[in-house]
Design a protein around this ligand. Structure first.
Ligand code: E4P
Length: 215
């Protein structure tokens, strides 16, 4: 499973990319607005840092405009994946952009049937938002499980990008379920490597080594 950052903060992306385990980045209009920089140079810079898929989302809501906007986003960099909302208009735009060879990430997926339709429309990946389902007392992980099963049984090649991840257990669970990618905020990414027993064990090793005067 590939690990993605869900942010438009370039400094965070640069820092975590240096770990050597980052495969891509997802953004959305809220994240771009939060970063406070214009979309195009931000996406271009992120693509240069990551060298992997970078999702950039359209803000139009009707297919013709979504298609035009998607083409503009895709022209920013070869790594751009165009993100479209999972609506009827989004499906139409997905079909058109996919037929031009543009990779599409269908976002705001909250049901298995939506994911099925996205695959039929030629999406490169779907983004089930598990945290937002958990927030309303639904089982977000069940959605990922259902989509993974349907895609496998039906032989659909659309990838699953687990999104709206809130904590490290989400990451391990979606990996078990066979998600192809998981995108998470920098805070959760950093939590993946942390373990108090690792810190305590290392401290003890170094203390013992120093006490013995070994070199
Ligand atoms: C994914 O592509 C979305 O940008 C993101 O995961 C949404 O997460 P949130 O529910 O924490 O806003």
């Amino acid at each position: 499973m590939d690990l993605y950052l869900d942010t438009a903060e370039v400094s965070e992306i640069r820092e975590i990319a240096a770990w050597g385990v980052l495969s891509g980045v997802t953004t959305n209009p809220s994240l771009i607005a939060k970063a406070g920089r214009p979309l195009e140079p931000t996406i271009k810079e992120i693509c240069a840092i990551v060298g992997g898929p970078v999702s950039a989302e359209v803000v139009s809501t009707h297919a013709p405009e979504m298609i035009a906007e998607g083409r503009r986003l895709a022209a920013i960099d070869a790594h751009v994946v165009v993100k479209l909302p999972t609506t009827v208009e989004g499906l139409k735009a997905c079909k058109a952009l996919a037929s031009e060879g543009i990779r599409v990430n269908m976002t705001l997926v909250f049901s298995a049937n939506q994911a099925l339709l996205c695959a039929k429309a030629g999406a490169w990946c779907v983004s089930p938002f598990l945290g937002r389902l958990d927030d309303i007392s639904w089982e977000g992980m069940e959605l990922v499980r259902e989509i993974a099963e349907i895609y496998q049984v039906q032989g659909l090649s659309t990838r699953i990008l687990a999104a709206s991840i809130r904590h490290p257990r989400h990451v391990a669970e979606v990996a078990r379920l066979g998600a192809h990618m998981a995108t998470m905020p920098p805070k959760v990414f950093r939590q993946l490597i942390q373990h108090p027993l690792t810190d305590a064990g290392l401290e003890a090793f170094l203390k013992d080594w120093a006490r013995a005067g070994a070199n």
